[in-house]
Design a protein around this ligand. Structure first.
Ligand code: SF4
Length: 456
């Protein structure tokens, strides 16, 4: 744990400038998961490296990259709306180059080209090399741009405290509702040493917290020849200089091994927070979802986690209204939520994704019933989250300050709770001991212990 600092230390980010060497600028629009955010950050790093400046104004951009998501219908609709709105931008400025990437593109390039002729380039996730087709400067760039770490932004004035690092792409599971395996392909783990080198670069550039990413992050290493797995990788990343905190997303209950649980408990940089999607608390629904585990197995993993990792916090994902989910089966999900008392629950109403197995079944649960079940989950979780937060009032917590929002500094505890506090000075990137003063369902208010100490 970081020793208490009485006064905030000035943060010295990597030397940077917002000026564009090429006089050109780019805009990146991203929707979807952390993997998309990380891949957008990679595109940003590449464009920055060849002298493009970031802009948020479409009319100013020379290059626009849309990073899409099709995991839910609502996300796909937003992407389609955004693509449509760019027709006017292209009409007003025919020189602007527009690229579409992300899960919408995989295997769909031909039909997308016909639907959206104003888009200049379609490239699949991680096909970063193809950007050269609309950014010719990338062809003449020094060094191998594909080796750039995610979030490496030499021309940006932004100082990043946290960064996401993809470690495994794709997924070998075939959950019956999920489009990801069709759009992201089978699992491919990045080389162990490449990841450690990337985290080392991030640590030396001032990043304090990394989150290792994968659709099934704890499948990491299954396809590597040397037998090293996520726990081994966490052990290596734990000792990277400058990296104070390590997290990982998203895990599958089937692979949440005892070895992994012990690694979280034993490695000082590993945050005591586990995000383990359960999706449903009923075995028949889990079987139809093809999740490959039972609720008993899931409960066993949670018990092992709680018994091994002191002060661990837990998050999960739930889908309500899956085809055929009866009232009784849904009650089993509510029972699991009441029994486990998660710190955070992400709940979504089922929507069929064309091409998946469950999309062939009748989506017979009325929207009103899905909505009511969604609210029932939220009601339980709001009560549980508030109780857990209230129990922390008066306690001391270590938070990493990662931003300034609405006049307050913002940070997260090691257990991933959101904390705000008032203070003058520059606290960005500082690890601060605070005392929790107020609790709400979604966040905590706090006072830095250092300031309280000086006031006595
Ligand atoms: S584990 Fe299931 S839900 Fe998660 S990405 Fe793979 S197929 Fe989709």
């Amino acid at each position: 744990m970081e020793p208490l600092r009485l006064f905030p230390q000035p943060v010295t980010p990597q030397a940077s400038s917002t000026a564009s060497r090429s006089g050109k600028s780019y805009l990146i629009w991203t929707i979807g998961c952390q993997m998309n955010e990380a891949e957008s950050a990679k595109v940003e790093a590449m464009l920055s490296q060849v002298g493009y400046a970031r802009t948020e104004v479409e009319e100013e951009a020379d290059v626009i990259v849309l990073n899409s998501c099709v995991v839910r219908q609502a996300a796909e609709d937003k992407v389609a709306g955004k693509i449509g709105s760019l027709m006017r931008t292209k009409r007003n400025n025919p020189d602007v180059r527009i690229a579409l990437t992300g899960c919408m593109v995989t295997g769909q390039e031909k039909s997308l080209r016909q639907r959206f002729p104003h888009i200049d380039l379609f490239f699949e996730p991680s096909e970063f090399d193809r950007l050269v087709e609309i950014v010719p400067e990338l062809a003449g760039a020094d060094g191998d741009l594909a080796e750039l770490p995610h979030y490496y932004q030499p021309l940006s004035s932004d100082y990043r405290v946290t960064a996401h690092v993809p470690i495994i792409y794709g997924c070998n599971f075939v959950c019956s509702y999920c489009i990801v395996p069709y759009r992201r392909g089978r699992e491919v783990s990045r080389p162990f040493d490449e990841i450690v080198a990337e985290v080392t670069k991030l640590g030396s550039s001032g990043v304090k917290e990394v989150t290792l990413l994968g659709q099934t992050v704890n499948a990491y290493g299954h396809d590597l020849p040397d037998g090293r797995d996520l726990a081994d990788l966490l052990t290596a990343v734990n000792s990277v200089p400058g990296i104070e905190r390590v997290r990982f997303l998203t895990s599958h209950p089937k692979y949440f091994s005892d070895k992994l649980i012990h690694a979280i408990a034993d490695l000082p940089a590993l945050c005591e927070h586990v995000n383990l999607p359960v999706q449903a608390g009923d075995n028949e629904v889990l079987r139809k979802m093809r999740r490959t585990y039972t609720h008993e197995h899931y409960r066993d993993r949670i018990e092992m986690i709680r018994n091994t990792i002191p002060n661990v916090t837990l998050a999960t994902d739930i889908i309500v209204g899956f085809p055929g989910e009866s009232d009784e089966q849904f009650e089993n999900t509510l029972r699991l939520l009441e029994d486990i008392e998660f710190d955070k629950v992400h709940v979504a109403m089922y929507s069929p994704r064309p091409g998946t197995l469950s999309a062939r079944w009748e989506d017979e649960i009325p929207h009103s019933v899905k909505h009511a079940r969604h609210q029932a989950v939220e009601r339980i979780q709001e009560r549980v989250s508030l109780q857990k937060h209230q129990a922390r009032v008066g306690q001391r917590e270590e938070i990493l300050v990662d931003g300034f929002a609405k006049g307050r500094w913002r940070g997260r505890t090691r257990g991933n709770a959101l904390v705000f506090f008032d203070a003058t000075g520059d606290w960005l990137g500082q690890t601060v001991n605070v005392e929790i003063t107020e609790a709400s369902t979604w966040y905590l208010l706090a006072e830095p212990v250092a300031i309280m100490a000086t006031a006595f």
